[in-house]
Design a protein around this ligand. Structure first.
Ligand code: G6P
Ligand code: MG
Length: 218
């Protein structure tokens, strides 16, 4: 009996991957580091620090320089997300949030981002969300289950009565490690380990999805 839904934010409810890309690209250009959209794709769901480590590769930087670069990238990103409005909710998001609300399902956001609250506010969905677990709430980042377990705990719902919506491979792993049901959004190469894979939230009907979810496992 599903009583809670936990949404990842970036790439699920809104497409901030583009803004992360632009911010990392600007930093990489300034530092003379190689970066492109393809590398950015592999950073979905990956924490800011781990993302930077992947981008710098084996180039040597001091801890102070690393902290400074993380702050610089974040400043670029924060500048970009200032322009987010409710129109930036991805297709299907508003309808699904409304349907869940009517069905009495509790809703949480489980995002690795330390900017999640600002994005939620800009999207205008704060009053639709019961719980926010973000990059400041837990230490261990995805693929560790901690973020989703914290969200379920705050909702007061056992993990196996929660469904997670994720667009990142590390997020699918995290949801499964938390013993939750997981819907993967995007190409099978990325989210194929999910219980159900969909291209996006567009046209998703909650009761049909639940049937698919349990049918897939049966
Ligand atoms: C999400 C995004 C990642 C991002 C991470 C940390 O998981 O998908 O691309 O690196 O959050 O975001 P932050 O806003 O804290 O840098
Ligand atoms: Mg994501």
């Amino acid at each position: 009996n599903i009583r809670g839904v936990i949404f990842d934010l970036d790439g699920v409810l809104t497409d901030t991957a583009e803004y992360h890309y632009q911010a990392w690209q600007k930093l990489a250009n300034e530092e003379g580091l190689f970066f492109n959209r393809e590398i950015n794709e592999s950073l979905r769901g990956v924490s800011r620090h781990a993302s930077l480590m992947l981008i710098i590769g084996n180039r040597e930087y001091s801890e102070v320089q690393i902290q400074e670069m993380m702050a610089r990238k974040n400043n670029y990103y924060v500048e970009l997300i200032h322009n987010i409005t409710p129109a930036d909710l991805l297709p299907g998001a508003v309808a699904l949030l409304a349907e869940l609300h009517e069905a009495g399902i509790k809703i949480a956001i489980g995002s690795a981002s330390k900017n999640a609250r600002m994005v939620i506010e800009k999207l205008g969905i704060g009053d639709r969300v019961d719980v926010v677990t973000d990059g400041d709430t837990v230490q261990a980042v995805k693929p560790a289950p901690d973020l989703f377990l914290n969200a379920a705990n705050q909702l007061g719902i056992p993990p196996d009565e929660c469904v997670v919506f994720e667009d990142a491979a590390v997020g699918i792993t995290a949801a499964k490690a938390a013993n939750m049901w997981v819907v993967g959004l995007g190409p099978g190469e990325r989210v194929g380990d999910a219980d159900v894979v969909l291209p996006s939230l567009a046209g998703v009907k909650w009761d049909e999805l639940i049937k698919n979810l349990f049918h897939a496992e049966a």
